[in-house]
Design a protein around this ligand. Structure first.
Ligand code: ADP
Ligand code: ZN
Length: 730
């Protein structure tokens, strides 16, 4: 039988098996190669998958043939195939599902990748007279010219205009005022060198990174906010470019890092590609193609960008490596940071992980010499670090959650013409609402959770399943309800601020007010333009932004996370406090931070305030070591859920019992226990915690769970999943 005519296909589905197919019978067809995107007959229908290799099949007569090879060049190159195979093995997740996750939507759904040659428009000739004239007679054309005055633009740059801009553009073309041309790729602008020279610490970091070019080396770049990490990245990118090498840069939710995109584009021009969740499937596919074809030299993106087919990578950067958004929380649960480290290792290139608040994982890797440690201990330029203080709110009268001390300091700050930032990680008006007449508390009918009151939108909403009810719903409790809010949300703080500072301009930044990208851009522009005095917001405000005129930060409530059962809660809280604090006093002003708490003597706050994040991390690591928790042990979480109450616990208990019979040496099994919020969206949830001193033992253990779980009769009554290196463990 002629070998080489059978291939192994990984189907885009969570199936642990791969399947054998014959190559297309038709000799005109595109050959199916490793990495090819194929359509295959499957069951009674058709599926999409990837050829992962040639196979020696026993009996070819029984095999079906591939129905179509979609791509002329395999969509999965050798490098991504290798990375995906590693990830499938490490996360014990089906290879077909892993490969699907590496591709943008249209390819995943089986359409052939086609490059749209993007056009762009540039100003041909214009002068002020022409502009004035147009502004009077053809305002739409004037708007287009105005936008083009800052440089070439593509269709995407006009997409938000509400009129038929293409028509207006054609008029401009006819008048020869603008010209349409093919988009110029690869243009690296060397124009804007920074006005300052790097300081010694930055210089030292850059030297280490540059010397590492051409070999694997992982570096933690620990720099306080505003210490100039981004400048270090850019110097390293530039060095790589000089050797014709590309850069892959991962960042948390990009929508929040417009500043970073702008800085990179300003320095490196159109060689910068951006991949983020704000793009639609087609746009993502286009970036993916431009990457593969070598038009992008610097790719900056969120989590899934770690799979981008960027060739000739010289260095990988992960900014804010501690950020939880690098972890995919459902389906194929991978950590983009950890996959990035693996990618660097496979490619034999350096990787730099930057943060002001490194994860304990990163600290331990430094301690054990797996990571090199680069530090930027001081703020760059003239900016100084803010001072942190606790406000003991026990017994104090609070107005909308604000103590007199905080209000007084706010007043003084505003008086000086500076800005205030208040942080509260809870949106809505109040997390709990009670009827004062009958005591009824509004709860979600599908979750073990209270409904959050959104006063402005007149809604009660569940932040866990998204269920919404009109406020009137509460009136079902008694004929004459009297709504009392319990607890505090950003909306309520905003209301109080309007009362306390009636003549000040207030911006609330949370997922309710920042629903569109434009809302976000406008608000941030207003903040920078100083047409906002007080900012109140959630996590959205805590990350990455440079607010030069904010000199006072108030953390309204530090307590809710102090006593969580999640073993990572303290680490997260410490990171949040330091990150939020980093927003203060970034320019020539020095800043201060007030942390309101009922527990001013709590160990975590004391350590953080008196001795800093490094000491906190040191202590927290020691606790983890003593408690045998990550990063000192390897951990996995087995989760199960079902609409019926007992089933998840029963399934997991049986499964645990079976695995225990295998007596895998060194494998610790804890539980099962119900999830902290047992019922979510109508499903009951439980979990098992599995840990081991070594990765190898954990892998053996998890494999046993998977194999046994797949054979248990109860498995059809639950949905269950495996999470390696889980972030959320409650
Ligand atoms: P980070 O990324 O660590 O928050 P940035 O790179 O954004 O820090 O730098 C913070 C600010 O300091 C920026 O406005 C940047 O232009 C400026 N800056 C960075 N390095 C220097 C330097 N060596 N001298 C003067 N200013 C600097
Ligand atoms: Zn709910």
């Amino acid at each position: 039988m002629n070998s080489g005519s059978v291939v192994e296909v990984a189907v885009f589905a969570p199936l642990r098996k791969t399947f054998h197919y014959l190559r297309c019978a038709d000799s005109d067809a595109i050959p199916a190669l490793p990495g090819s995107l194929v359509k295959i007959p499957f069951g009674r229908g058709q599926r999409i998958g990837i050829v992962i290799g040639l196979a020696n099949s026993t009996d070819e007569r029984k095999l079906k043939a591939i129905s179509e090879v979609v791509d002329t060049v395999p969509v999965i190159g050798a490098a991504i195939m290798r990375l995906a195979r590693w990830a499938s093995d490490y996360y014990q997740h089906p290879i077909g599902d892993v490969l699907a996750a590496t591709l943008p939507g249209p390819l995943r759904h089986g359409s052939a990748p086609v490059r749209r040659e993007a056009s762009e428009w540039v100003i041909h000739a214009t002068n002020q007279d022409v502009l004035d004239d147009l502004a009077r007679r053809a305002p739409r054309q004037a708007v287009l010219l105005e936008r083009l005055s800052t440089g070439a633009k593509t269709a995407a740059d006009f997409a938000n205009l509400e009129f038929d801009w293409r028509r207006a553009m054609r008029e401009l073309e006819k008048k020869d005022l603008v010209a349409k041309r093919l988009r110029t790729a690869n243009k690296i602008s060397q124009s804007s060198q920074q006005a300052f020279s790097l300081n010694d610490a930055q210089q030292a970091a850059v030297v280490v990174l540059n010397d590492a070019l051409g070999s694997f080396k992982a570096c933690l770049l620990h720099g306080v906010t505003g210490s100039g990490k981004t400048e270090v990245y850019m110097a390293a990118i530039e060095h790589a470019l000089k050797s014709q090498l590309n850069t892959l840069m991962l960042v948390p939710e990009i929508i929040l890092t417009q500043q970073m995109v702008a800085r990179l584009k300003q320095r490196f021009g159109s060689a910068v590609g951006v991949l983020h969740s704000g793009l639609n499937d087609n746009q993502r596919a286009q970036v993916w193609l431009r990457c593969r074809d070598g038009d992008i030299k610097i790719l900056m993106g969120t989590r899934s960008a770690v799979w981008a087919p960027l060739p000739r990578i010289g260095i990988i950067i992960v900014d804010e490596e501690h950020d939880a958004s690098f972890k995919q929380q459902e389906g194929f649960r991978y950590s983009a940071r950890d996959v990035a480290i693996k990618r660097a290792q496979q490619l034999n290139v350096p990787i730099v992980l930057g943060s002001a608040t490194p994860s304990l994982e990163a600290y331990l890797n430094v301690k054990t010499n797996k990571f090199a440690y680069l530090s930027l201990p001081q703020r760059a330029g003239l900016a100084r670090m803010p001072s942190l203080k606790c406000v003991d709110v026990r017994g104090l009268r609070l107005r909308g959650g604000l103590s007199d001390r905080l209000v007084r300091d706010m007043g003084a700050c505003l008086e000086r013409g500076e800005q205030v930032l208040l942080f509260l990680n809870r949106r809505g008006f109040a997390p709990i609402v009670l009827c004062h007449q009958c005591g009824h508390i509004a709860t979600c009918s599908r979750c073990d959770a209270k409904l959050v009151w959104h006063k402005e939108r007149k809604l009660l909403s569940c932040h866990h399943c998204g269920a919404q009810k009109r406020t009137q719903h509460l009136q079902a409790c008694c004929p004459d309800p009297e709504i009392v809010p319990l607890g505090l949300g950003t909306e309520q703080v905003e209301e109080t601020l309007h009362e306390l500072f009636p003549d000040k301009r207030i911006a609330r930044i949370d997922r309710d007010t920042m629903r569109s990208k434009t809302a976000m851009e406008e608000t941030f522009a207003a903040i920078r333009g100083r047409s906002v005095d007080i900012l109140i917001g959630t996590q959205m405000l805590a990350k990455g932004h440079d607010f030069a005129n904010v000199t006072l930060v108030g953390i309204i409530d530090a307590d809710s996370q102090l006593f969580s059962t999640d073993f990572r809660a303290e680490e997260k809280l410490a990171q949040t406090i330091i990150q939020v604090s980093g927003r203060a006093g970034r320019a020539e002003y020095s800043g201060s931070v007030l942390i309101q708490t009922h527990h001013p003597h709590h160990d975590l706050l004391q350590t953080l305030l008196l001795r800093g994040y490094d000491h906190f991390a040191e202590k927290a690591l020691e606790e983890r070591r003593r408690a045998a928790l990550p990063p000192y042990v390897a951990m996995a979480l087995i989760r199960a859920e079902s609409p019926s109450t007992q089933m998840p616990m029963k399934f997991l208990a049986q499964l645990a019992a079976e695995v225990k019979q295998k007596s895998i040496k060194g494998l610790e099994i804890l539980g099962p226990i119900p999830a902290a919020m047992e019922r979510k969206a109508g499903r009951y949830r439980a979990q098992l915690m599995v840990s081991a001193q070594t990765r190898r033992v954990l892998a053996v253990g998890v494999k046993a769970f998977i194999n046994l779980g797949d054979t248990m009769p109860l498995k059809n009554k639950v949905r269950w999943s495996v999470d390696i290196d889980p972030l959320d463990t409650i």
